[in-house]
Ligand binder design. Structure first.
Ligand code: CMP
Length: 147
């Protein structure tokens, strides 16, 4: 039995995946990988929301293109729960570049390119809390318990 406590992380099914009608397959893949779905919504980001969400990448050469991509269609932010959720989700989705992602990972199966890479996942517990709060209100998260 694992001693790792359940925790939460944020995933986003990105506009390439929703546009290619892959949202259901990706949700099923994540549930089969052992995550409980705790909150979900569909939204089309404004430029200012995408710039704020990816502020950490604002100096990177791909930032403008990333913002254009992330505002190009609907995305689906999800709160996922599992023991060691942050690391487990990063394992399940694979490397940023689908060409480098391990066999059987979400990005290897469903992503188009390093930018159009089907899903986002938080990279630390602290960023998971920040990113969950970016997309979900306290009312959305009511009943889920502390964290
Ligand atoms: P994500 O996990 O959402 O975090 C930042 C995003 O920037 C990443 O997934 C990709 O969509 C995008 N990205 C990262 N590196 C590159 C790159 N070298 N070229 C284009 N897009 C990138």
């Amino acid at each position: 039995m694992s001693a790792t406590p359940a925790s939460r992380t944020l995933a986003i099914i990105k506009p390439d995946a929703t546009g290619n009608a892959l949202a259901g397959k990706i949700l099923a893949h994540l549930e089969e990988a052992g995550f409980r779905l705790r909150a979900l919504r569909m939204t089309t980001l404004t430029r200012s929301q995408a710039r704020a969400f990816y502020a950490v990448h604002r100096e990177r050469p791909f930032h403008d293109s990333l913002v254009a991509f992330m505002t190009s269609g609907p995305c689906i932010p999800l709160v996922l729960e599992a023991p060691g959720a942050v690391g487990r989700l990063r394992d399940a989705i694979g490397a940023t570049d689908p060409a480098e992602a391990a066999a059987g990972t979400v990005r290897r199966l469903y992503a188009e390119s390093k930018e159009r890479n089907a899903v986002h996942a938080s990279d630390s517990d602290e960023n998971a809390r920040r990113e969950i709060a970016f997309f979900f209100s306290r009312a959305d998260l009511l009943g889920m318990g502390p964290q």
